[in-house]
Design a binder for this molecule. Structure first.
Ligand code: SF4
Length: 361
C-alpha cells in the first residue's frame, strides 16, 4: 500500500478526533515512544511533543531516552538522519512524512561537494577544512568527518571556524552561504576573502586566483525562510516602533544582520526574548510558528515577526496531525512506517565530524 493510500482514512478526521487518537496512541505505546518536536513545527504537532528544541538538541535527547524504542521526529529529513546517527542500537527513528525535506540541505548534493573538493585539490589548494552546517545530509557530515572536518550548529559556528583555522588555512563551508558569511565577517575576515562557490558554474564560478586568495569558501545555498527577511523590513519595523529591538537568526543575509540589534541561533532567540523584561518589544527574523508561539506564551511583551510576509517553512509544515497519527497507530499495530536508516559507513564518518564538534568548546 502506498503512503498516500495508507493516509486516506485519516484525511477527513476533524482536529479533535486527530488529537484524541494521537494521545491514545501515545498512551498505548507508553515509554516505548518519544515524540520530538522542532521549534518550527505547527502548534497542533507541538502539543503532542515530549520535548521541543533545535535539531541537535532533539537528536541527543532522543538517544538519551534509553527506554524508548521509537523516536518519532517531527521535523525534517536531515534532523531525523542526525537522530539515527546518534541513536542507541535498539532504537528506531521515524519521520512521519518522508517528503519533509529541507530546501537548504538539498542545495548541496553529495556529488557536487565531492567535485568541488576535488577541484580545489587539483588546483593545489589543499590546506582546507570542510565544515558542514547541521542542516545537511548525513553524507556531507561523513564527507567532513573523513577529511579532518567537522559539523557546526548556528550556536557554535564561530567556535568551529576558530578551531578549523587552527588546523588549516582555509574553510570550505556548506550548505548555507549566509551562516558562513555572517560568521566569517563576525570574526573580522574581510568580505574580499569570502568567496561563494556556485555549484551550477564551472569551478564554482571562481578563478584559481580568487580561490587561492579566499580564507572562507561558502557554498551557494540558503534557507528559503530566513532569506525572505530584508534590511527594508528592519527599517520598516523601526519606523513603526522606535523602541522595537530586532533579533534575527544567522541564516538571514548579512545586510539584515548589519542592521539588527542581536543575532543568534533559535535557542538564543528564545532565551533572549524569555529573559527580557515585561513590556519589551521585539521584531524577530525567524520562522513564523516559533515567533507566533513566543508571542502567545508571553502576552506581557510585544513579539512580532520581522517581515509581514508569511515566513513559514513549507517542508516542516508537511508534518501534519494526519501523518503523525498514521505513524503512531502503525506502531501500536506493530508496524514501523517511514524508518530512517543511514548506512553504517556513512554513520561512522558523520559521527567523527559530530564528535569533533563536541570536542570544540
Ligand atoms: S527553516 Fe530553512 S533550514 Fe530550516 S528546515 Fe526549513 S528550509 Fe531548512
Amino acid at each position: 500500500m502506498t503512503t498516500r493510500a495508507a493516509l486516506e482514512p485519516y484525511l477527513d478526521l476533524d482536529d479533535a478526533t486527530l488529537a484524541d487518537r494521537i494521545s491514545a496512541a501515545k498512551r498505548a505505546l507508553g515509554k516505548r515512544l518519544v515524540v520530538l518536536g522542532h521549534h518550527y513545527q505547527r502548534d497542533d504537532i507541538i502539543r503532542h511533543a515530549d520535548v521541543t528544541g533545535d535539531s541537535y538538541k532533539l537528536a541527543r535527547w532522543g538517544a538519551e531516552q534509553t527506554e524508548a524504542e521509537f523516536i518519532v521526529f517531527c521535523g525534517v529529513h536531515f534532523m531525523a538522519e542526525s537522530a539515527d546517527i546518534l541513536r542507541a542500537p535498539h532504537q528506531t527513528v521515524i519521520l512521519p512524512d518522508m517528503n519533509a525535506g529541507c530546501s537548504m540541505a538539498d542545495m548541496a548534493q553529495t556529488d557536487d561537494v565531492h567535485e568541488a573538493g576535488a577541484t580545489l585539490e587539483r588546483l593545489g589548494i589543499d590546506s582546507v577544512t570542510p565544515i558542514t552546517y547541521m542542516n545537511s545530509t548525513a553524507a556531507l557530515k561523513a564527507y567532513c568527518g573523513e577529511r579532518g572536518g567537522a559539523v557546526c550548529t548556528s550556536s557554535n559556528c564561530r567556535a568551529i571556524f576558530t578551531w578549523a583555522f587552527a588546523q588549516r588555512e582555509k574553510i570550505f563551508f556548506f550548505p548555507d552561504e549566509h551562516l558562513g558569511r555572517n560568521t566569517a565577517i563576525d570574526m573580522g575576515i574581510p568580505e574580499a576573502e569570502i568567496m561563494v562557490w556556485d555549484p551550477a558554474r564551472e569551478q564554482g564560478g571562481l578563478t584559481a586566483e580568487e580561490l587561492r586568495a579566499a580564507r572562507v569558501i561558502v557554498w551557494k545555498g540558503c534557507c528559503s525562510v530566513h532569506t525572505k527577511f530584508t534590511a527594508k523590513h528592519v527599517r520598516e519595523r523601526r519606523a513603526e516602533d522606535p523602541d522595537v529591538r530586532i533579533l534575527v537568526h544567522p541564516e538571514v543575509p548579512h545586510e539584515v544582520v548589519a542592521e539588527a540589534d542581536a543575532v543568534g541561533s533559535t535557542e538564543f532567540i528564545i532565551r533572549t526574548v524569555r529573559e527580557s523584561p515585561a513590556g519589551s518589544r521585539w521584531a524577530v527574523g525567524t520562522e513564523y510558528h516559533l515567533v507566533n508561539r513566543l508571542a502567545q506564551q508571553m502576552p506581557e511583551k510585544s513579539i512580532v515577526i520581522l517581515s509581514k510576509d508569511f515566513c513559514l517553512c513549507a517542508t516542516m509544515y508537511r508534518i501534519s496531525p494526519q501523518n503523525l497519527l498514521w505513524a503512531l497507530e502503525s506502531l501500536v499495530r506493530g508496524e514501523i512506517v517511514n524508518p530512517i536508516r543511514v548506512p553504517e559507513a556513512t554513520k561512522q564518518g558523520a559521527r567523527i565530524a559530530l564528535d569533533r564538534m563536541l570536542r570544540v568548546r
